[in-house]
Write a protein that binds this ligand. Structure first.
Ligand SMILES: *Cc1c(COP(=O)(O)O)cnc(C)c1O
Length: 390
């Protein structure tokens, strides 16, 4: 029997053809495929601008820069996420304050509010609040919009686990996607920021390409930009800020356009797999599922179960190892970020009870669109044996 990993990509012939076509074309980078991909995603999610870049971490960094995060700024990040969500703040010299999660494993409203009030009392404003659509579960958009209106931070959504249409008015300022192979759609490595703000989009594009602009409308040094007759000098460009090279290639973008056509199917298939898990594991005394939020579709990037390892009398490592012997790959998403040595050393003293109890129980089961129903049943059967319920 083949090994079933916790997640994997699907590449079909149409994807390969799309990539080969660009490889044979004139532009491997900075060509038209990038704009095609950006337009396809911005149409899909209903945002005015999309800026593609080289990975999701770079997209988060660009978003933090566009939000204006600078040394000394406080930014709120939920404790249960991938390290990159917090790192984008650290790259800019910002200070990360970790919020707890709720029973949907997304940012806890009360915990975020308490932090916002604490910093307000200290006369320090919070620059950015990052929410994460953990595992594909949609965080409470309306609640965080109210918080944003009250406290005036820039709201960035790390939606690396969930690419879905955003409603116009109550969405985040910027939403970030990753196209790593385990995510819903892949470009190998890749990321994107979507926004309705013209100003943020312009900043994202500038920082993506070295901080250099060739747009004559934006030039600041007019005597260098123009000749005596006021004509633009043809070689002229300006570096206006210390930007990065975070570009995506055109063949990656072509892969993205091709993959995007199967996004709806991919989400649907993941939902079907989780239905099988819920049907067959739902009855088990010591297995639970995180609450599904009512705020939007659950995209099930991950199929997380919560296992009471103490009650079953087995460690998580023992369960993972025994599943692995039966060709089933599992993973833990995630170790709470404030527990990672880099952040723990900064001595964050916030109490995060929900995050810690979630971490004790979490296990991600295989979930990807090319898995068969039989694969999912095999997972259920073996996990039931592990927890002593078969
Ligand atoms: C994958 C992921 C990232 C980083 O994306 P990369 O493309 O791997 O850099 C950031 N945040 C979350 C929640 C992710 O799952």
């Amino acid at each position: 029997m083949k090994f079933i990993p916790y997640g994997r990509q699907e590449i079909i012939q149409a994807d390969i053809d799309a990539v080969v076509e660009v490889l044979k074309s004139e532009f491997l980078t900075q060509g038209p495929a990038i704009e095609n991909f950006e337009r396809a995603v911005s149409d899909y999610v209903g945002k005015r601008h999309a800026v593609a870049c080289c990975n999701g971490t770079a997209a988060l960094h660009l978003a933090a820069l566009a939000a204006g995060v600078a040394p000394g700024d406080v930014c709120i990040v939920p404790a249960i996420t991938f390290a990159a969500t917090a790192n984008c703040i650290s790259y800019c010299g910002g200070e990360v304050a970790f919020a707890d999660v709720d029973d949907t494993v997304t940012a806890c409203y009360d915990s975020c509010r308490a932090l916002l009030e604490k910093y307000q009392a200290e006369k320090r404003s919070v620059k950015v609040l990052l929410t994460v659509d953990m595992a594909g579960n949609c965080c409470d958009r309306a609640a965080f919009k109210r918080l944003k209106d009250e406290f005036g931070f820039v709201w960035i959504s790390d939606s690396c686990h969930r690419i879905a249409p955003e409603k116009d008015c109550d969405g985040p300022d910027m939403t970030v996607y990753s196209f790593h192979p385990v995510k819903h759609i892949t470009t190998g490595e890749g990321g994107m920021v979507v926004t309705d703000s013209d100003e943020m989009a312009e900043n994202l594009r500038l920082n993506r390409t070295h901080g250099i602009t060739k747009d004559h409308k934006r030039f600041v040094n007019n005597s260098e930009a123009h000749d005596k007759n006021g004509e633009i000098n043809p070689w002229y460009y300006e570096m206006q800020t210390l930007g990065l090279n975070y570009r995506m290639t055109d063949f990656q973008a072509a892969l993205g356009v091709s993959q995007l056509k199967r996004l709806d199917w991919s989400v649907l298939r993941r939902q079907q797999i989780v239905e099988i898990y819920k049907k067959h594991l739902g009855e088990c005394k010591n297995i639970a599922f995180p609450r599904v939020s009512e705020n939007g579709i659950h995209a099930y990037h991950l199929a997380i179960v919560l296992i009471d390892f103490e009650k079953i009398g087995k460690t998580r490592a023992a369960v993972m190892n025994s599943l692995r012997k039966n060709n089933i790959g599992t993973q833990v998403h995630y170790i709470p970020v404030p527990m990672l040595p880099y952040y723990a050393a900064k001595g964050d003293s916030n109490k995060l009870p929900n995050s810690m109890s979630y971490y004790k129980k979490a296990l991600s089961l295989p979930c990807f669109p090319t898995m068969s129903d039989d694969d999912a049943m095999w997972v259920c059967e073996n996990l039931k044996k592990c927890v002593g319920e078969l």
